[in-house]
Design a protein around this ligand. Structure first.
Ligand code: DAT
Ligand code: MG
Length: 140
């Protein structure tokens, strides 16, 4: 176990549905701490950097479009193994398949849209976490 930071985003669907508090509640209940928190409207530039690994994939444009569709809540969380731990709290990418008990499994579903509106983003490695934190919190 090692203390690390992860970047979490409550996506526009989660924000719109009033699930920000529920997501933050689960993060804190798990024992992770909030190191930074902001409500913001993501710019195209931030999203292009954030989702650079997906550029060119068929879901990329709808994903960026969706992520620009309203406010998001961006957080840096902290704790031992919190990158893996938050991915586990979040559940599988597809909310229909995500296990009950997880954020996406409990609160998400297929809304019949092209992009999966799966409520949250969480970094997938220490490298991505530090890179993503730099995009959203340049002063951290
Ligand atoms: P995750 O968010 O679980 O790390 P990812 O990094 O592979 O998943 O993809 C980023 C986001 O893009 C994901 O949260 C939802 C969307 N997405 C991924 N695969 C998709 C697909 N096949 N169709 C539509 N949207 C997709
Ligand atoms: Mg990812």
């Amino acid at each position: 176990a090692q203390t690390e930071r992860s970047l979490v985003i409550v996506k526009p669907d989660g924000y719109r549905r009033g699930l920000t508090g529920e997501v933050l509640r689960r993060i804190e209940a798990k024992g992770y701490t909030l190191a930074a928190l902001q409500v913001t409207e993501a710019t195209r530039e931030q999203l292009a950097e954030h989702y650079a690994e997906h550029e060119g994939k068929p879901f990329y444009e709808p994903l960026v479009e969706f992520m620009s569709s309203g406010p998001v809540v961006v957080a840096v969380i902290e704790g031992n193994d919190c990158i893996k731990g938050f991915r586990s709290l979040a559940g599988a990418t597809n909310p229909t398949e995500a296990a009950p008990g997880s954020i996406r499994g409990d609160l998400g579903r297929d809304w019949g849209l092209k992009v999966q509106q799966n409520i949250v983003h969480g970094s997938d490695s220490t490298e991505s976490a530090e890179r993503e934190i730099g995009i959203w919190f340049p002063n951290l």
